[in-house]
Ligand binder design. Structure first.
Ligand SMILES: Nc1nc2c(ncn2[C@@H]2O[C@H](COP(=O)(O)OP(=O)(O)OP(=O)(O)O)[C@@H](O)[C@H]2O)c(=O)[nH]1
Ligand SMILES: [Mg+2]
Length: 366
Protein backbone atom coordinates (compact mmCIF):
# COMPACT_ATOMS: atom_id res chain seq x y z
CA UNK A 1 0.00 0.00 0.00
CA UNK A 2 1.27 3.44 -0.93
CA UNK A 3 0.28 6.71 0.70
CA UNK A 4 0.52 9.93 -1.25
CA UNK A 5 0.15 13.05 0.87
CA UNK A 6 -0.98 16.11 -1.04
CA UNK A 7 -0.69 19.62 0.38
CA UNK A 8 -0.52 23.20 -0.83
CA UNK A 9 -2.56 26.35 -0.57
CA UNK A 10 -6.35 26.55 -0.60
CA UNK A 11 -7.77 26.05 -4.07
CA UNK A 12 -4.42 25.19 -5.66
CA UNK A 13 -5.92 22.12 -7.35
CA UNK A 14 -5.21 19.22 -4.98
CA UNK A 15 -8.64 17.53 -5.20
CA UNK A 16 -8.82 18.02 -8.97
CA UNK A 17 -5.48 16.27 -9.49
CA UNK A 18 -6.29 13.50 -7.00
CA UNK A 19 -9.57 12.74 -8.74
CA UNK A 20 -7.90 12.52 -12.16
CA UNK A 21 -5.06 10.41 -10.76
CA UNK A 22 -7.50 8.12 -8.97
CA UNK A 23 -9.44 7.56 -12.19
CA UNK A 24 -6.24 6.73 -14.06
CA UNK A 25 -5.26 4.22 -11.36
CA UNK A 26 -8.67 2.57 -11.42
CA UNK A 27 -8.30 2.10 -15.17
CA UNK A 28 -5.14 0.13 -14.35
CA UNK A 29 -7.11 -2.06 -11.90
CA UNK A 30 -5.51 -0.31 -8.92
CA UNK A 31 -7.70 0.18 -5.84
CA UNK A 32 -7.72 3.75 -4.53
CA UNK A 33 -8.84 5.25 -1.22
CA UNK A 34 -8.94 8.94 -0.38
CA UNK A 35 -8.67 10.74 2.94
CA UNK A 36 -9.76 14.37 3.02
CA UNK A 37 -9.14 16.96 5.68
CA UNK A 38 -10.61 20.31 6.57
CA UNK A 39 -11.63 22.59 9.38
CA UNK A 40 -15.36 21.91 9.25
CA UNK A 41 -17.75 19.02 9.75
CA UNK A 42 -19.31 18.40 6.34
CA UNK A 43 -16.61 18.53 3.74
CA UNK A 44 -17.44 19.38 0.15
CA UNK A 45 -14.27 17.54 -0.92
CA UNK A 46 -15.41 14.28 0.70
CA UNK A 47 -18.83 14.58 -0.94
CA UNK A 48 -17.10 15.36 -4.23
CA UNK A 49 -14.98 12.18 -4.15
CA UNK A 50 -17.86 9.99 -2.93
CA UNK A 51 -20.08 11.35 -5.68
CA UNK A 52 -17.54 9.94 -8.15
CA UNK A 53 -17.74 6.58 -6.38
CA UNK A 54 -14.39 6.70 -4.61
CA UNK A 55 -14.14 5.53 -1.02
CA UNK A 56 -13.39 8.69 0.93
CA UNK A 57 -12.89 9.05 4.67
CA UNK A 58 -12.14 12.32 6.38
CA UNK A 59 -10.34 14.05 9.21
CA UNK A 60 -12.55 16.94 10.25
CA UNK A 61 -12.33 19.85 12.66
CA UNK A 62 -8.68 20.73 11.99
CA UNK A 63 -5.52 19.74 10.16
CA UNK A 64 -3.73 16.37 9.92
CA UNK A 65 -0.92 17.75 12.10
CA UNK A 66 -3.13 18.59 15.07
CA UNK A 67 -5.30 15.50 14.53
CA UNK A 68 -2.54 13.05 13.73
CA UNK A 69 -4.20 10.19 15.62
CA UNK A 70 -7.39 10.71 13.61
CA UNK A 71 -5.35 10.50 10.41
CA UNK A 72 -3.73 7.31 11.61
CA UNK A 73 -7.16 5.86 12.49
CA UNK A 74 -8.58 6.77 9.10
CA UNK A 75 -5.63 5.09 7.38
CA UNK A 76 -6.39 1.93 9.38
CA UNK A 77 -10.09 2.19 8.66
CA UNK A 78 -9.79 2.75 4.93
CA UNK A 79 -7.26 -0.09 4.73
CA UNK A 80 -9.57 -2.49 6.58
CA UNK A 81 -12.71 -1.46 4.74
CA UNK A 82 -11.44 -1.13 1.19
CA UNK A 83 -7.95 -2.63 1.06
CA UNK A 84 -6.66 0.09 -1.30
CA UNK A 85 -3.35 -0.24 -3.14
CA UNK A 86 -2.96 3.54 -3.07
CA UNK A 87 -4.25 6.12 -0.59
CA UNK A 88 -4.29 9.83 -1.34
CA UNK A 89 -4.45 12.02 1.76
CA UNK A 90 -5.22 15.68 1.06
CA UNK A 91 -4.36 18.11 3.81
CA UNK A 92 -6.21 21.33 4.54
CA UNK A 93 -4.90 24.17 2.40
CA UNK A 94 -4.11 26.51 5.28
CA UNK A 95 -1.70 24.02 6.80
CA UNK A 96 2.11 24.11 6.78
CA UNK A 97 4.90 22.22 8.57
CA UNK A 98 3.59 18.92 7.23
CA UNK A 99 7.03 17.28 6.96
CA UNK A 100 7.77 17.58 10.68
CA UNK A 101 4.25 16.93 11.91
CA UNK A 102 2.79 14.42 9.46
CA UNK A 103 5.37 12.91 7.07
CA UNK A 104 8.02 12.10 9.69
CA UNK A 105 5.56 10.89 12.34
CA UNK A 106 3.88 8.69 9.72
CA UNK A 107 7.23 7.15 8.90
CA UNK A 108 8.56 6.83 12.41
CA UNK A 109 5.36 5.79 14.17
CA UNK A 110 3.90 3.72 11.36
CA UNK A 111 6.96 1.86 10.16
CA UNK A 112 4.84 -0.08 7.69
CA UNK A 113 4.87 2.96 5.41
CA UNK A 114 8.58 2.67 4.74
CA UNK A 115 9.40 4.55 1.59
CA UNK A 116 6.10 3.78 -0.08
CA UNK A 117 4.87 7.29 0.36
CA UNK A 118 5.21 10.72 -1.18
CA UNK A 119 4.44 14.30 -0.29
CA UNK A 120 3.49 16.73 -3.09
CA UNK A 121 2.87 20.44 -2.60
CA UNK A 122 0.57 22.18 -5.09
CA UNK A 123 0.78 25.86 -5.94
CA UNK A 124 -1.19 28.04 -8.37
CA UNK A 125 1.36 29.28 -10.93
CA UNK A 126 -0.18 32.78 -10.90
CA UNK A 127 0.24 33.12 -7.15
CA UNK A 128 3.75 31.70 -7.29
CA UNK A 129 4.68 34.21 -9.97
CA UNK A 130 3.52 37.09 -7.80
CA UNK A 131 5.29 35.68 -4.79
CA UNK A 132 8.62 35.11 -6.55
CA UNK A 133 8.53 38.55 -8.15
CA UNK A 134 7.80 40.13 -4.77
CA UNK A 135 4.50 41.48 -6.01
CA UNK A 136 1.49 42.11 -3.83
CA UNK A 137 -0.28 38.92 -2.77
CA UNK A 138 -4.07 38.78 -2.58
CA UNK A 139 -3.90 38.19 1.16
CA UNK A 140 -2.11 39.58 4.22
CA UNK A 141 1.54 38.94 5.08
CA UNK A 142 0.70 36.35 7.71
CA UNK A 143 -1.32 34.33 5.23
CA UNK A 144 1.47 34.77 2.65
CA UNK A 145 3.83 33.37 5.32
CA UNK A 146 1.86 30.09 5.32
CA UNK A 147 1.86 30.05 1.51
CA UNK A 148 5.66 30.53 1.51
CA UNK A 149 6.34 27.90 4.15
CA UNK A 150 4.27 25.29 2.31
CA UNK A 151 6.48 25.67 -0.75
CA UNK A 152 9.69 25.81 1.24
CA UNK A 153 9.15 22.31 2.60
CA UNK A 154 8.22 20.74 -0.73
CA UNK A 155 10.23 17.79 -2.00
CA UNK A 156 7.85 17.56 -4.95
CA UNK A 157 6.47 20.91 -6.06
CA UNK A 158 3.56 20.91 -8.49
CA UNK A 159 3.30 24.28 -10.19
CA UNK A 160 -0.32 23.93 -11.18
CA UNK A 161 -2.88 25.68 -13.42
CA UNK A 162 -0.25 26.39 -16.05
CA UNK A 163 -3.04 26.63 -18.62
CA UNK A 164 -4.06 29.90 -16.97
CA UNK A 165 -0.80 31.76 -17.61
CA UNK A 166 1.12 32.62 -20.76
CA UNK A 167 3.61 29.80 -21.55
CA UNK A 168 6.64 32.09 -21.48
CA UNK A 169 5.74 33.40 -18.04
CA UNK A 170 5.18 29.84 -16.81
CA UNK A 171 8.70 29.02 -17.95
CA UNK A 172 10.09 32.04 -16.12
CA UNK A 173 8.28 31.02 -12.94
CA UNK A 174 9.71 27.50 -13.26
CA UNK A 175 13.23 28.87 -13.68
CA UNK A 176 12.90 31.19 -10.67
CA UNK A 177 11.41 28.36 -8.60
CA UNK A 178 14.28 26.02 -9.50
CA UNK A 179 16.77 28.55 -8.15
CA UNK A 180 14.77 29.38 -5.02
CA UNK A 181 13.79 25.76 -4.18
CA UNK A 182 16.73 23.59 -5.20
CA UNK A 183 15.50 20.80 -2.91
CA UNK A 184 12.32 20.28 -4.92
CA UNK A 185 11.53 18.15 -7.95
CA UNK A 186 9.39 20.61 -9.91
CA UNK A 187 6.55 19.61 -12.20
CA UNK A 188 4.58 22.04 -14.37
CA UNK A 189 1.02 20.82 -14.48
CA UNK A 190 -2.46 21.44 -15.76
CA UNK A 191 -4.50 19.20 -13.52
CA UNK A 192 -7.40 19.27 -15.95
CA UNK A 193 -5.13 17.44 -18.41
CA UNK A 194 -4.93 13.67 -18.04
CA UNK A 195 -1.45 13.40 -19.52
CA UNK A 196 -0.03 15.95 -17.07
CA UNK A 197 -1.62 14.11 -14.16
CA UNK A 198 -0.23 10.80 -15.48
CA UNK A 199 3.26 12.34 -15.29
CA UNK A 200 2.64 13.39 -11.69
CA UNK A 201 1.47 9.86 -10.89
CA UNK A 202 4.58 8.32 -12.32
CA UNK A 203 6.76 10.77 -10.39
CA UNK A 204 5.12 9.97 -7.05
CA UNK A 205 4.94 6.28 -7.90
CA UNK A 206 8.73 6.04 -8.00
CA UNK A 207 10.40 4.79 -4.89
CA UNK A 208 11.28 8.04 -3.12
CA UNK A 209 13.18 8.55 0.05
CA UNK A 210 10.97 10.81 2.10
CA UNK A 211 13.48 10.79 4.91
CA UNK A 212 15.58 13.29 3.02
CA UNK A 213 12.84 15.89 3.49
CA UNK A 214 13.88 18.50 6.02
CA UNK A 215 11.64 19.75 8.79
CA UNK A 216 10.87 23.43 8.42
CA UNK A 217 12.16 26.20 10.54
CA UNK A 218 8.86 27.94 11.22
CA UNK A 219 7.56 30.63 13.57
CA UNK A 220 4.35 29.17 15.01
CA UNK A 221 3.13 32.58 16.19
CA UNK A 222 3.16 33.90 12.63
CA UNK A 223 1.69 30.67 11.30
CA UNK A 224 -1.11 30.86 13.90
CA UNK A 225 -1.73 34.50 13.14
CA UNK A 226 -2.10 33.66 9.43
CA UNK A 227 -4.54 30.84 10.14
CA UNK A 228 -6.51 33.04 12.49
CA UNK A 229 -7.07 35.60 9.73
CA UNK A 230 -9.30 32.94 8.17
CA UNK A 231 -12.89 32.11 8.86
CA UNK A 232 -14.44 28.72 8.32
CA UNK A 233 -18.10 28.44 7.43
CA UNK A 234 -19.79 25.12 6.83
CA UNK A 235 -23.46 25.19 5.90
CA UNK A 236 -26.00 22.60 4.91
CA UNK A 237 -29.28 23.60 3.25
CA UNK A 238 -32.26 21.62 2.04
CA UNK A 239 -34.06 23.01 -1.02
CA UNK A 240 -37.71 22.13 -1.67
CA UNK A 241 -38.19 21.41 -4.55
CA UNK A 242 -35.90 22.24 -7.44
CA UNK A 243 -37.81 22.56 -10.73
CA UNK A 244 -37.51 24.31 -14.06
CA UNK A 245 -39.19 27.48 -12.72
CA UNK A 246 -37.03 28.06 -9.66
CA UNK A 247 -33.76 26.60 -10.94
CA UNK A 248 -32.38 30.04 -11.78
CA UNK A 249 -32.76 31.06 -8.14
CA UNK A 250 -30.28 28.39 -7.10
CA UNK A 251 -27.74 29.59 -9.67
CA UNK A 252 -28.42 33.18 -8.54
CA UNK A 253 -27.62 32.26 -4.92
CA UNK A 254 -24.30 30.66 -5.84
CA UNK A 255 -23.30 33.52 -8.14
CA UNK A 256 -24.38 36.25 -5.69
CA UNK A 257 -22.39 34.71 -2.83
CA UNK A 258 -19.29 34.47 -5.03
CA UNK A 259 -19.77 38.06 -6.19
CA UNK A 260 -20.28 39.36 -2.67
CA UNK A 261 -17.16 37.63 -1.33
CA UNK A 262 -15.18 38.92 -4.31
CA UNK A 263 -16.51 42.44 -3.93
CA UNK A 264 -16.08 42.74 -0.16
CA UNK A 265 -12.78 41.14 0.55
CA UNK A 266 -11.39 39.69 -2.65
CA UNK A 267 -11.41 35.93 -2.76
CA UNK A 268 -8.58 34.80 -0.55
CA UNK A 269 -8.96 31.15 0.27
CA UNK A 270 -11.58 28.87 -1.15
CA UNK A 271 -15.36 29.00 -1.36
CA UNK A 272 -16.96 25.71 -2.41
CA UNK A 273 -20.48 24.51 -3.09
CA UNK A 274 -21.63 20.92 -3.42
CA UNK A 275 -25.18 20.55 -4.67
CA UNK A 276 -26.85 17.18 -4.86
CA UNK A 277 -30.19 15.94 -6.10
CA UNK A 278 -31.32 12.36 -6.47
CA UNK A 279 -28.97 11.05 -9.16
CA UNK A 280 -27.01 14.22 -9.95
CA UNK A 281 -24.51 16.49 -8.26
CA UNK A 282 -22.20 19.42 -8.96
CA UNK A 283 -19.27 21.14 -7.30
CA UNK A 284 -18.74 24.85 -7.79
CA UNK A 285 -15.34 26.10 -6.76
CA UNK A 286 -14.30 29.70 -6.16
CA UNK A 287 -10.59 29.78 -5.29
CA UNK A 288 -8.21 32.74 -4.91
CA UNK A 289 -7.69 34.47 -8.29
CA UNK A 290 -11.06 33.28 -9.63
CA UNK A 291 -12.67 36.01 -11.71
CA UNK A 292 -16.42 36.25 -11.19
CA UNK A 293 -16.90 37.12 -14.82
CA UNK A 294 -19.34 36.15 -17.56
CA UNK A 295 -17.50 32.89 -18.18
CA UNK A 296 -17.85 31.90 -14.52
CA UNK A 297 -21.51 32.92 -14.42
CA UNK A 298 -22.32 31.00 -17.61
CA UNK A 299 -20.54 27.92 -16.25
CA UNK A 300 -22.47 27.98 -12.98
CA UNK A 301 -25.78 28.38 -14.80
CA UNK A 302 -24.90 25.46 -17.10
CA UNK A 303 -23.91 23.26 -14.14
CA UNK A 304 -27.14 24.05 -12.28
CA UNK A 305 -29.14 23.46 -15.46
CA UNK A 306 -27.78 19.90 -15.53
CA UNK A 307 -29.08 19.04 -12.07
CA UNK A 308 -32.09 16.74 -11.98
CA UNK A 309 -35.28 18.19 -10.52
CA UNK A 310 -36.47 17.15 -7.08
CA UNK A 311 -35.45 17.52 -3.45
CA UNK A 312 -32.01 19.07 -3.34
CA UNK A 313 -29.28 19.51 -0.77
CA UNK A 314 -26.55 22.13 -0.80
CA UNK A 315 -23.38 22.28 1.28
CA UNK A 316 -21.25 25.39 1.39
CA UNK A 317 -17.68 25.31 2.68
CA UNK A 318 -15.82 28.60 2.93
CA UNK A 319 -12.31 28.91 4.30
CA UNK A 320 -11.65 32.52 3.51
CA UNK A 321 -9.74 35.46 4.85
CA UNK A 322 -12.27 37.45 6.86
CA UNK A 323 -14.40 37.23 9.98
CA UNK A 324 -16.89 34.48 10.66
CA UNK A 325 -19.62 37.00 11.54
CA UNK A 326 -19.30 38.96 8.32
CA UNK A 327 -19.13 35.93 6.07
CA UNK A 328 -22.03 34.28 7.79
CA UNK A 329 -24.31 37.29 7.57
CA UNK A 330 -23.33 37.80 3.96
CA UNK A 331 -24.28 34.22 3.00
CA UNK A 332 -27.48 34.21 5.09
CA UNK A 333 -28.54 37.61 3.69
CA UNK A 334 -28.16 36.44 0.09
CA UNK A 335 -30.00 33.15 0.63
CA UNK A 336 -32.90 35.03 2.27
CA UNK A 337 -33.04 37.80 -0.33
CA UNK A 338 -33.03 35.40 -3.28
CA UNK A 339 -35.54 32.94 -1.85
CA UNK A 340 -37.95 35.64 -0.62
CA UNK A 341 -38.48 36.57 -4.26
CA UNK A 342 -39.40 33.06 -5.49
CA UNK A 343 -41.17 29.84 -4.58
CA UNK A 344 -37.92 28.02 -3.82
CA UNK A 345 -37.88 27.10 -0.13
CA UNK A 346 -34.42 26.87 1.35
CA UNK A 347 -34.10 25.52 4.88
CA UNK A 348 -30.86 25.75 6.80
CA UNK A 349 -30.25 22.30 8.29
CA UNK A 350 -26.92 22.92 9.94
CA UNK A 351 -24.40 25.69 10.31
CA UNK A 352 -20.93 25.38 11.71
CA UNK A 353 -18.38 28.16 11.99
CA UNK A 354 -14.95 28.49 13.45
CA UNK A 355 -11.78 30.48 13.37
CA UNK A 356 -8.82 28.11 13.32
CA UNK A 357 -7.11 27.91 16.72
CA UNK A 358 -3.40 28.00 17.53
CA UNK A 359 -1.85 24.99 15.75
CA UNK A 360 -0.72 22.40 18.30
CA UNK A 361 0.68 19.41 16.40
CA UNK A 362 0.32 16.01 18.05
CA UNK A 363 3.92 15.20 17.12
CA UNK A 364 6.76 17.30 15.77
CA UNK A 365 9.93 15.60 14.64
CA UNK A 366 12.94 17.77 13.77
N1 LIG B 1 -7.66 25.89 -15.27
C1 LIG B 1 -7.32 25.06 -14.29
N2 LIG B 1 -8.13 24.95 -13.23
C2 LIG B 1 -7.76 24.10 -12.25
C3 LIG B 1 -6.57 23.34 -12.30
N3 LIG B 1 -6.49 22.60 -11.17
C4 LIG B 1 -7.59 22.89 -10.45
N4 LIG B 1 -8.36 23.79 -11.09
C5 LIG B 1 -9.62 24.41 -10.64
O1 LIG B 1 -9.34 25.11 -9.43
C6 LIG B 1 -10.44 25.03 -8.55
C7 LIG B 1 -9.99 24.51 -7.19
O2 LIG B 1 -9.55 23.19 -7.35
P1 LIG B 1 -9.54 22.12 -6.18
O3 LIG B 1 -8.98 20.88 -6.75
O4 LIG B 1 -10.83 22.07 -5.50
O5 LIG B 1 -8.47 22.80 -5.20
P2 LIG B 1 -7.96 22.27 -3.78
O6 LIG B 1 -6.52 22.54 -3.69
O7 LIG B 1 -8.38 20.85 -3.59
O8 LIG B 1 -8.77 23.22 -2.80
P3 LIG B 1 -8.95 23.07 -1.20
O9 LIG B 1 -9.22 21.64 -0.90
O10 LIG B 1 -10.09 23.93 -0.84
O11 LIG B 1 -7.68 23.57 -0.59
C8 LIG B 1 -11.47 24.15 -9.24
O12 LIG B 1 -12.39 25.00 -9.89
C9 LIG B 1 -10.67 23.37 -10.26
O13 LIG B 1 -11.41 23.02 -11.40
C10 LIG B 1 -5.71 23.50 -13.45
O14 LIG B 1 -4.64 22.92 -13.56
N5 LIG B 1 -6.15 24.37 -14.40
MG1 LIG C 1 -9.53 20.03 -2.04
Amino acid sequence: MKIHLVGGFLGSGKSTAILKAARLLVEQQTRVGIITNDQGKHLVDTAFFRAQDFPALEVTGGCFCCHFNDLSEQIEKITTQYNPDVIFAESVGSCADIVATVVKPLQELRGDLGEAASYSVFVDVRLLERFLLDQEMPFSEDVAYIFAKQIEEAGILIINKIDLLDAQRVQQVAEMAAVRYPQAAILLQNSLDEQDVALWLSLIGEKRDLLRLKSLSIDYDRYASGEQKMAWIDKHYRLDVLNSENRDTLADIVIAIAQAVDHEQRIAGHLKFHIQTDGSNIKVSVPTMQEIDDVFITQVRAQVANLKSGATEMWINALLVGTVERLESLIAGIVKEKTDQTDLTVTEMESFTRTPGYPKPTHRIE
